[in-house]
Design a binder for this molecule. Structure first.
Ligand code: PFF
Length: 454
């Protein structure tokens, strides 16, 4: 058994790791995307499928990522290379790490643009611009924002700087400190908003929408969306969780830890749904409005409710914090790699990578206005980047992690590193990571691709 330390530092204790990984997992995916895809896919039945996907695909793959990271205690690219060396197999497996870092970069570039919108809405809500606003006007406001590259650039720049600032501090003074402040804040904000929606919104209607099982609404397409989202929401396939895992204590149980992260991530998504839909229903609005749910429907809904200005502001603060902690984990794997590879200190490494990401984000934000005409596979740059990451790179990367940790690595390495409580638990993990997860991912991968490209 190895017991080396990462040169980047280690989490102070197991709970910090759980909170940091939950911070990565809980993001725009939970609060912006999960409610709207649930809305679009008919509610309860979709939620059930999503839960299965988290349990049968997400959790086992997350365990695979963490075990590789913790075994080698290095950035994902080097962690895969080193574990491959230990197992006596080809170093080319480190391609998994490269794919992850690349996907993380691409995701960051459009994630930051959406996070920038959130910052804009924090400012807007905080200054009362949405009080009693009509749907038309709210729609117009959002359209105006998208039409203004200057505005978007300003918010995108601010967001990148916020992330670089934390990353530059390193694992203990940056990531850990941010986690300790932001995660409690996130949970408190979420509970306050839930309380508001229970008291002021149409709570029963919102609850029914999320939890009443209606099998007719369940389409094949919904299953694909649920599986793809399970990856995105757990931050899998991008090296983020692998990097965080490399700072984890040697004695902590990977199984229990990952289950806790999965449960917390899921709870946040469901509670976010319970905070959002009752507010939407209280104002007789449409729950299936797609991506505009958060930026058009909700501001209108909050704007019409008692105390809506304050709670709307708190809501966007919540989303902002969630996006921030997630984006930090997107930049960490590449930063750790640059530090290892070129011996740079954290600050120059973070600034350099932040600059590249900032430039890439500009392409995404221009695709809403000056570059709207540029189409790739018939999609705008923003949609295309979302598409190639969510539908191609993440499933591929997840599939490779499943094959790598389930088939390529020796059982004695995985058994030793996972240290599960019983041999039965290890066999269950092994079965799922070798068969269930890869087959499920291959199905979404192929069907999704066929669907999109046909
Ligand atoms: N899990 C984040 C969310 O649900 O918003 C998104 C994300 C963060 C994806 C970090 C990937 C990642 F590495």
């Amino acid at each position: 058994m190895q017991s080396k330390q990462s040169i980047h530092g280690s989490w102070a204790n197991r709970w910090i790791f759980i909170l940091a990984a939950t911070g990565s997992a809980v993001g725009l995916g939970n609060i912006w995307k999960f409610p709207y895809i649930t809305g679009e896919n008919g509610g309860g039945a979709f939620v059930l499928v999503y839960l299965f996907c988290i349990l049968l695909v997400g959790i086992p793959i997350m365990m695979g990522e963490i075990l590789v990271g913790r075994r080698a205690r290095q950035s994902p690219i080097n962690a895969v290379r080193e574990t491959a060396a230990e197992a006596g197999i080809s170093q080319n497996w480190s391609l998994i790490g490269w794919l992850g870092v690349l996907a993380g970069y691409i995701i960051f570039s459009f994630y930051s643009v959406v996070a920038g919108w959130v910052l804009h809405y924090i400012a807007g809500m905080g200054t009362g611009q949405f009080v009693d606003i009509s749907s038309d006007l709210a729609g117009q406001r959002f359209t105006d924002l998208l039409a203004s590259p200057e505005q978007m650039l300003m918010w995108h720049t601010l967001f990148v700087l916020m992330v670089v600032g934390v990353i530059a501090g390193g694992v203990n003074k940056g990531l850990e400190r941010a986690t300790k402040i932001m995660m409690p804040a996130l949970f408190v904000l979420l509970l306050v908003l839930l309380g508001y929606s229970v008291n002021t919104g149409s709570f029963a209607e919102g609850w029914d929408f999320l939890f009443s099982f209606n099998p007719d609404a369940l389409t094949w397409d919904a299953v694909l969306v649920a599986l793809g989202h399970a990856f995105f929401t757990l931050s899998l396939g991008m090296g983020a969780i692998m990097a965080y895992g490399s700072y984890m204590g040697k004695k902590d149980s990977i199984g229990v830890t990952v289950l806790t992260i999965g449960v917390l991530d899921t709870l946040v998504a469901l509670v976010a749904g319970l905070a959002i839909f009752p507010v939407v229903f209280a104002n007789q609005m449409d729950p299936g409005a797609g991506p505009g749910l958060m930026f058009i429907t909700l501001p209108v809904a909050f704007g019409q409710m008692p105390g809506g200005q304050v709670f709307g502001f708190l809501f966007f603060m919540l989303v902002g914090v969630a996006a921030w902690t997630s984006a930090i984990s997107l930049l960490e794997p590449a930063t750790a790699w640059v530090v290892e590879r070129f011996g740079l200190r954290r600050l120059p490494a973070a600034l350099l990578l932040g600059f590249v990401i900032w430039l890439m984000g500009i392409a995404s934000l221009l695709s809403f206005n000056h570059w709207a005409e540029i189409k790739m596979l018939g999609m705008s740059i923003f949609d295309f980047l979302d598409f190639i990451t969510a539908n191609i790179m993440l499933p591929l990367s997840g599939l490779m992690i499943a094959i790598y940790s389930g088939w390529a690595l020796n059982k004695h390495i995985t058994r030793d590193e996972l240290s599960l409580s019983s041999e039965a638990a290890y066999s269950a993990w092994s079965l799922v990571i070798r068969f269930v997860a890869p087959i499920a991912v291959m199905i979404i991968f192929v069907v999704n691709l066929y669907d999109k490209l046909a």
